[in-house]
Design a protein around this ligand. Structure first.
Ligand code: LIP
Length: 256
């Protein structure tokens, strides 16, 4: 995974330096894709096909690609935080996860601009480069800094989010919106954030981060307490004190 990510990162670093010259198109309202996304995805796919021939792919840009090995599938977001990238905001990442059956068994999130590599393998723990990661130990919401995904033009349930934000910001020490779900989850694993929530999120944005948070001792479920975050597109992640409280607050805000 690192060899593939390193190759894609090389191109993204160059493209980020020339972002104003990049060819950009729209996948939908406020949903951009650039030549940088496509180049990075092509490099990741080529490298991973070379190292693991036969594994399938779920690619943000290329979609589902069946492999001769039905058990293994790479889930890839070549450039998470595309809107940040296109605005010259140095907060974006490459996210690669390996799924075996319906389980994520390995994940890597590489912050290209800050040169930070978050990774985990099932049962082996989570790491930032060579440093072992642990989620924060805070137990009271009024001490917590929480990250979230904010709906935007043509994306998400604005009314539901406003209710949730209102009820959460009234109970915590701070709310952050940084624009890249993969790094939001990596920061929960690193204890930088005490929690993160988002709805209407894609599998490729969160697949690697779900394993990295879990291997760092965190607890991740969807807003209804379910474990199929990749399918429901809903994620609430924190340590096992804060996660149930946060999930209950979010649920109550939209059901009351
Ligand atoms: C983005 C996510 C972000 C979400 C955006 C978008 P992209 O992914 O990282 O959390 O709020 O709507 O999905 O499009 O930059 O890969």
């Amino acid at each position: 995974m690192y060899k593939a990510v390193e190759k894609a990162a090389y191109g993204l670093k160059r493209d980020f330096g020339e972002v104003e010259n990049l060819q950009v198109s729209m996948k939908g309202p406020a949903d951009f894709v650039s030549a940088a996304d496509h180049r990075a995805e092509k490099r990741l796919r080529e490298e991973l096909e070379r190292s693991r021939p036969g594994y399938g792919f779920l690619l943000e840009e290329g979609g589902e690609v069946k492999g001769s090995d039905p058990e293994h599938r790479w889930i890839i977001d070549p450039l998470d935080g595309t809107t940040n990238f296109l605005h010259g905001i140095p907060h974006f990442a490459i996210s690669v996860a390996l799924q075996k059956g319906d389980e994520i068994i390995a994940g890597m999130i590489y912050d290209v601009a800050k040169d930070e590599c978050f990774w985990a393998e099932k049962g082996l723990g989570a790491f930032l480069d060579n440093r072992r990661l642990r989620v924060s130990g805070r137990r009271r919401m009024n001490e917590c800094v929480l990250a979230c995904g904010v709906p935007h033009l043509g994306h998400g349930d604005h009314a539901a989010f406003e209710k949730q934000l209102h009820s959460v910001m009234d109970r915590c020490a701070g709310v952050r919106r940084m624009g890249a779900a993969s790094l939001d989850l990596a920061y929960v694993a690193a204890g930088r954030y005490d929690g993160y929530w988002e709805s209407h999120i894609n599998a490729w944005d969160i697949a690697a981060g779900l394993l990295i948070v879990t291997e760092a001792g965190g607890y991740v479920r969807d807003i209804n307490g379910g474990t199929n975050m990749l399918g429901t597109g809903s994620v609430v992640a924190a340590n096992d004190y804060i996660q149930p409280v946060l999930a209950k607050t979010l649920k109550k805000a939209i059901t009351d």
